[in-house]
Design a protein around this ligand. Structure first.
Ligand SMILES: *Cc1c(COP(=O)(O)O)cnc(C)c1O
Length: 482
């Protein structure tokens, strides 16, 4: 938590950095935003950046780099094999995680491909606190299935539980007994549980999960993509960790982890990824796949510039004032939204603010994708691009029926160090207006539906042309405002 106290009472997140490079933004009129939605199939993934004012789609690869990171990119050593840059990054990772071996990959999902190909056989079931879209897809492509063993708190939208990302340990034990260890090659712990609102896992829970797994000869795989936010929350919310340094906490997590992987598009504020292990046997099991899918073992599909920036970014992740910037902004954003009566996931977590689309649009059925419709409407009224994290992000049942998501969320990601508080206030203003006019928003219908990960490039259309009605009301209320 920021150590600064304020005289005027209201506390606010205060940036411990200054902005020295800026990028001009466009805010196009609402009629053009509607055209952009029509052209992009009401899928915020298919919008063009020039149409977007505040890009809150994701924190993946969009975090602002530090001056030290940018400077490091200039001294990278470029070589197909054996570059100095690789050895610098390897050394940084060995120190960061205390794990001896490192396999580079071009991003987080590429690590998931390597891990799933190496360890998952048809019939296997992988327990985890919650799935992530690409993780589940890779496990299923290799004939496995995913079993979520979260606590009842995890999918409660409003809660005061500080660690909604925790495993339910009894469910995990029961699951292992029922399925049998021969079908469970590993358990996966996701830090900063993405799809339920960037909710953290406690260090205590991580250790307990690892203990159960290791007693049963099950490997522990930790997805550290959202480690930075999770670290902040462990330090802030877990009594036993108050006096530990951030690095101590990372090392404790890594100590009980067999296979650590991460997306460096998030962790380390660069672009890339990697897998770290303690044991040379695990390293040998995976290493042949790296040149096949990623690139040679000393770059794994990453540019050397990004690798240099990642090494510095990892080092900076151990600075409390660097990693608190995201969570504190998200908390302030969430507070302002709640003051307007807007339903969000609480407590606020990492990576973004999550609006509860089921409560925002109670009249839209799951089969008509409330979170997808709300994400499109938020773009329409404010040029703010969020991401659907609801039923569109799920996969249909084998019989073709919809599989309604347990929670219907619109995520407004706050890439680290990118937005200012006035931009956040603008977003709150537009979302508050939309909330007042929410009856005008209806659902969406698929026009083009891909079989795998349909949320990325699927195209939809608004039921009953609701977007037109919303544009009309906007003009009535705001005149010629952008
Ligand atoms: C983003 C993310 C991934 C995938 O990483 P990419 O670099 O986008 O491929 C995996 N797991 C979690 C928890 C993530 O947030």
């Amino acid at each position: 938590m920021s150590k600064i106290k304020f005289f005027l009472g209201e506390s606010m997140p205060l940036e411990m950095h200054k902005v020295r490079v800026v990028q001009k933004l466009n805010l196009i009129p609402i009629e053009k935003r509607k055209q952009a939605l029509d052209d992009g199939g009401y899928n915020t993934f298919l919008l063009k950046n020039r149409e977007v004012f505040l890009d809150m789609l994701t924190d993946s690869g969009t975090n602002a780099m530090s001056d030290r990171q940018v400077a490091s990119m200039m001294v990278s050593d470029d070589s197909y094999a054996g570059s100095e840059t690789f050895y610098r990054l390897e050394k940084e990772l060995q120190s960061f995680f205390g794990m001896k071996f490192f396999l580079p990959a071009h991003q987080g999902r590429a690590c998931e491909n390597i891990i799933a190909k190496t360890f998952v056989k048809p019939g296997d079931i992988i327990p985890m606190n919650y799935h992530f879209t690409t993780t589940k897809a890779h496990i299923e492509l290799n004939g496995g299935k995913v079993e979520e063993v979260f606590t009842d708190e995890a999918v409660k939208i409003t809660s005061t539980n500080p660690f909604k990302g925790n495993f339910d340990l009894d469910k995990l034990k029961k699951f292992i007994k029922e399925v049998g260890v021969s079908h469970i090659p590993f358990a996966r712990i996701e830090m900063g549980t993405n799809l339920i609102g960037g909710q953290p896992v406690s260090l205590e829970n991580i250790k307990a999960v690892a203990n159960i797994c290791h007693k049963n000869n099950i490997l522990v795989v930790t997805d550290a993509s959202l480690l930075a936010d999770n670290l902040h929350f462990i330090k802030e919310r877990e009594e036993a960790c108050k006096n530990m340094s951030l690095h101590d906490i990372v090392l404790e997590i890594a100590k009980v982890t067999d296979v650590m992987y991460f997306s460096a598009r998030k962790l380390g504020c660069a672009r890339g990824g990697g897998i770290c292990v303690h044991d040379v046997k695990l390293f040998d099991m995976m290493k042949d796949l790296i040149p096949l899918y990623e690139g040679f073992l000393t770059y794994g599909g990453m540019s050397v510039r990004e690798m240099e920036a990642m090494a510095i970014g990892l080092e900076e992740t151990l600075d409390p004032e660097m990693i608190n910037q995201g969570p504190l902004f998200i908390e302030a954003f969430g507070k302002k939204l709640m003051e307007q009566g807007i339903p969000i996931v609480t407590p606020t977590g990492g990576l973004g603010c999550h609006i509860d689309a089921r409560a925002f649009l109670p009249h839209v059925k799951s089969e008509e994708y409330p979170a997808g419709a709300l994400a499109a409407a938020i773009f329409l009224v404010g040029g703010i691009r969020g991401m659907e994290r609801g039923t569109i992000s799920e996969t249909r049942n084998p019989d073709g029926s919809e599989h309604p998501a347990s929670v219907e969320l619109v995520r407004l990601a706050l890439p680290r160090r990118v937005f200012t508080m006035s931009q956040i206030s603008y977003a709150v203003d537009r979302i508050a207006w939309l909330f007042k006019n929410r009856d005008l928003v209806q659902g969406l219908d698929f026009v083009e539906e891909p079989k795998v990960l349909r949320f990325f490039i699927g195209r939809l259309a608004p039921i009953n042309n609701w977007s037109e009605k919303l544009v009309k009301k906007f003009r009535e209320d705001f005149g010629d405002s952008l």
